[in-house]
Design a protein around this ligand. Structure first.
Ligand SMILES: Cc1cc2nc3c(=O)[nH]c(=O)nc-3n(C[C@H](O)[C@H](O)[C@H](O)COP(=O)(O)OP(=O)(O)OC[C@H]3O[C@@H](n4cnc5c(N)ncnc54)[C@H](O)[C@@H]3O)c2cc1C
Length: 599
C-alpha cells in the first residue's frame, strides 16, 4: 500500500499556503504552538496506520451482518473506534472546559484526512458522531447537552444524522416522520428513516440519533420540520443506560462501497412511539441541519478528496514500478522496458489525478479556514465575510472533490491497467467507496440548484462579491511573477467568463426559473473549476516564490510539481470552459426540452 497521504503536501497546505501558524495570534489558540499541531497530525497518522488501514479491505469483504437481534462488525472496528476516541479526536475542536483541546478546524480536518485515507468506512462512525455532537452543542438545551454531550465527546456514545426517508431523499421538505407531544415536554416519534449511516451497531453503549420530523399540525414543507434527539437506549438521570427506546432496526442495506459502515433502515414508533426530545425551537430543524451541513459537506468533500488522493498515490507507486513498453522513438526490442511512468499518456493520467486530488484537498482545507474565520476571526467584518464566502462555495466544496476525486480514482484504475480491475489492488475499492460522495449530503444536481437558485439567485449575493474580491487579490499577488503572472492571466479570463455566464443565468432565472435552473449542474461544474483554479494559483505562487529563494533538492521537485500541475490545470481544465459557458449563456434548452417519451 502507498503512503496514506503526501505528508509534505499537507504540511505545505497548512503552513505555507494557509499560514495556519497565524492562528496562534488569536486568543483561542494562545496556549497552542506549531508543535501541538504537528503532534496532532502525527498522532492521526499513526493511529490511522495502526488501527484503521489494516482492516480496510477486510471490512470491505465482510459486510456487517444482522441476525434479527444484533449487528456484528468485523472485530477490528471497535479498537479503531476506541483509539480514535481515546486520542481525543471526537472532542478535539471543543473548548478545554468541555474536555476538548481547542484544536483549529483546519488541523482537525487535515487529521481526519489521514483517517479517511486509511479506512473511510470505519472513520464514518466518528465523522457522524462529530457532526451530531456539533448539532447538539449548537442548538440543544443545557439539559440535553449535559446528559448526552459528554459521552458523545469521549466515545461512549456515537451519533447519527437521520434525515432521509424511503420516499423522501432530495426533497426533505416533504418528509413525513411524525412527532406527537407526550405532555411531559418530550415527544413520541413515528416514521421510517432510510440509509441512516451508523444507525445500529455495538461499538458504543448508546447511539444518539439526530432526527428530522414534523410535529403534529406543523406547517407543510420546509417550515414545518423540527429536530429531535432520539437515543437508542433511554438514559437514567445518573447517566446509566436504561431500557431500549422504540427505535427498531428494520434491516441493513448492502452497498457498493463504504461497506464497514452500517447503512440502516430504522423504524421509529412500532410500539408506543420513540421518545424524542426537541432540539432548539419547533419548525426550525431544517435550518439547524443546514447550518451544520456546511461543515458536513466539507467533510464529504474531504472524504472524496482523500480517496482520490489515495488513488493517485497508489497509481503513482505502481507506475514508477511497472516496466512495460519502450518510448515511441526506441524500436530496439533488446533494450530494457521502461517504467510506465515514462509514457506521456500515463503521465497525463497521473497529472490529472494530481491536479484533481491535490486541488480537492487544497479546496477543502481552504474551506476549513473559512469555518475557522467565521468563528474566531478577531474582526466582525472578517467573520461575516468568511461566513458568506463559505456559504457560497459550500456546494462546490462538496461536489468538486466528489466528482473529480472520483475521476482520480477512475484514472488510477486505468493507470494500473488490468491490475486496477482486480481486487488484489486497492484501486477498485477506492473507486467503489468514492462513488458514494456525489450522492449523499445532497446529490450533485441538488448542489447545482442550491448554488444557482438559492446562493446566487437573480441578484447574486455578498458571498459572490467576496469571492471576486479575493480572487482579484490573488491575481495581484502574481503580478510580475514569471510563471504565475501568465497563469493569473488565464485565471482572469476564466473569471470574466464566470462573471458573464453568471449574469446571463441570473437574467434567465428572473424570467423563467425552470429554464434558468435547467443547466445548473453544468454551471456548478464551471464555477467549481474556476474555484479550484484559484486554489491552484495560490499554491503555485507560494511554490514559485520558494523556488526563487532556493530550495533543497527534494523540495525543488515538490515545488516544481506544484507549478507544473497549476500550468496543466489552467490550460487543460480552465481554458475549455468557455465553450460550455457559451451554451449556458445562450440558454441552451437540450435538457429542458427533452421529453420523457422521447427516451
Ligand atoms: C451509503 C449512503 C449513506 C447515506 N447516509 C445517510 C445518513 O446517514 N443520513 C441520511 O439522512 N441520509 C443518508 N443517505 C441518503 C442520501 O443523503 C440520499 O440518498 C440523497 O440525499 C439522495 O436522495 P435519494 O436517494 O432519495 O435520491 P432522489 O432524491 O430520489 O434523487 C434521485 C435523482 O434525482 C435527482 N433529483 C431529485 N430531485 C431533484 C430536483 N428537484 N431537481 C433535479 N434533480 C433532482 C437527484 O439529483 C438524483 O440524481 C445516505 C445514502 C447512501 C447511499
Amino acid at each position: 500500500m502507498a503512503k496514506l497521504l503526501n505528508d509534505r503536501d499537507i504540511e505545505f497546505q497548512l503552513y505555507e499556503v494557509l499560514e495556519t501558524e497565524s492562528l496562534l495570534q488569536r486568543p483561542r489558540y494562545r496556549e497552542h504552538d506549531r508543535a501541538i499541531f504537528d503532534a496532532t497530525l502525527s498522532t492521526a497518522r499513526n493511529i490511522a496506520a495502526e488501527y484503521f488501514a489494516p482492516h480496510n479491505q477486510k471490512g470491505d469483504a465482510n459486510e456487517p451482518t444482522f441476525d434479527g437481534q444484533k449487528v456484528t462488525l468485523i472485530p477490528e472496528t471497535k479498537p479503531a473506534w476506541d483509539a480514535f476516541a481515546d486520542a481525543g479526536f471526537l472532542a478535539s475542536h471543543h473548548d478545554f472546559d468541555e474536555g476538548g483541546s481547542q484544536l483549529p478546524e483546519v488541523v482537525l480536518r487535515a487529521s481526519m484526512a489521514y483517517f479517511n485515507a486509511a479506512n473511510v468506512s470505519s472513520t464514518a462512525y466518528s465523522f457522524l458522531t462529530i457532526g451530531a455532537a456539533n448539532l447538539l452543542k449548537s442548538f440543544g438545551s443545557d439539559e440535553l447537552k449535559q446528559k448526552y454531550l459528554p459521552p458523545m465527546l469521549d466515545g461512549r456514545y456515537s451519533g447519527t444524522m437521520a434525515l432521509t426517508e424511503p420516499d423522501q431523499g432530495s426533497a426533505l421538505g416533504d418528509l413525513r416522520t411524525l412527532a406527537k407531544p407526550a405532555g411531559d415536554g418530550s415527544y413520541r416519534l413515528f416514521g421510517n428513516k432510510m440509509y441512516i449511516s451508523g444507525g445500529d451497531h455495538e461499538l458504543t453503549d448508546n447511539i444518539i440519533h439526530m432526527v428530522l420530523a414534523r410535529i403534529e399540525g406543523a406547517p407543510s414543507g420546509v417550515r414545518g420540520i423540527s429536530l429531535f434527539l432520539v437515543p437508542k437506549f433511554h438514559v437514567n438521570d445518573d447517566g446509566s443506560r436504561s431500557q431500549r427506546n422504540d427505535v427498531a432496526l428494520a434491516g441493513l442495506l448492502h452497498k457498493m462501497g463504504y461497506r464497514n459502515t452500517t447503512s440502516t433502515v430504522l423504524n421509529f414508533g412500532e410500539k408506543d412511539g420513540a421518545v424524542g426530545y426537541l432540539v432548539g425551537e419547533p419548525n426550525k430543524g431544517l435550518g439547524y441541519m443546514f447550518q451544520m451541513m456546511n461543515e458536513a459537506r466539507i467533510g464529504v468533500g474531504l472524504g472524496a478528496a482523500t480517496l482520490g488522493y489515495q488513488s493517485y498515490l497508489e497509481a503513482l507507486d505502481y507506475a514508477r514500478d511497472r516496466p512495460q513498453g519502450r518510448h515511441a522513438s526506441n524500436k530496439d526490442p533488446d533494450t530494457p522496458q521502461v517504467r510506465i511512468v515514462e509514457h506521456a499518456d500515463v503521465r497525463r493520467m497521473l497529472l490529472m489525478q494530481k491536479a484533481y486530488a491535490e486541488g480537492s484537498m487544497a479546496l477543502c482545507l481552504y474551506a476549513s479556514t473559512l469555518v475557522e474565520d467565521a468563528n474566531t476571526a478577531p474582526d466582525e467584518s472578517e467573520r461575516k465575510a468568511a461566513a458568506e464566502l463559505l456559504d457560497l462555495i459550500t456546494p462546490m466544496v462538496k461536489t468538486w472533490p466528489s466528482k473529480y476525486g472520483l475521476m482520480a480514482s477512475d484514472l488510477g484504475i486505468q493507470v494500473l491497467g488490468g491490475a486496477g480491475y482486480t481486487r488484489e489492488y486497492l484501486l477498485e475499492q477506492l473507486y467503489r467507496d468514492n462513488r458514494l460522495n456525489p450522492i449523499h449530503e445532497g446529490t450533485e444536481g441538488i448542489q447545482g440548484l442550491d448554488l444557482l437558485g438559492r446562493k446566487l439567485g437573480p441578484k447574486g449575493g455578498d458571498g459572490y462579491a467576496e469571492f471576486q474580491r479575493r480572487i482579484l487579490s490573488t491575481l495581484d499577488q502574481a503580478t510580475g511573477m514569471e510563471t504565475c503572472g501568465f497563469l493569473a492571466g488565464q485565471l482572469k479570463n476564466a473569471l470574466s467568463t464566470l462573471q458573464s455566464v453568471t449574469s446571463d443565468l441570473q437574467q434567465q432565472l428572473s424570467v423563467d426559473p425552470d429554464h434558468g435552473l435547467s443547466n445548473a449542474t453544468m454551471y456548478l461544474d464551471i464555477f467549481g473549476k474556476i474555484l479550484v483554479g484559484w486554489v491552484w494559483l495560490k499554491q503555485a505562487i507560494v511554490a514559485e516564490k520558494a523556488l526563487a529563494s532556493g530550495a533543497s533538492e527534494s523540495d525543488e521537485a515538490f515545488y516544481k510539481g506544484k507549478v507544473h500541475a497549476a500550468q496543466y490545470f489552467m490550460s487543460w481544465e480552465l481554458a475549455p470552459l468557455e465553450g460550455y459557458a457559451r451554451l449556458l449563456s445562450a440558454g441552451n434548452r437540450s435538457n429542458l426540452d427533452m421529453q420523457s417519451a422521447w427516451f
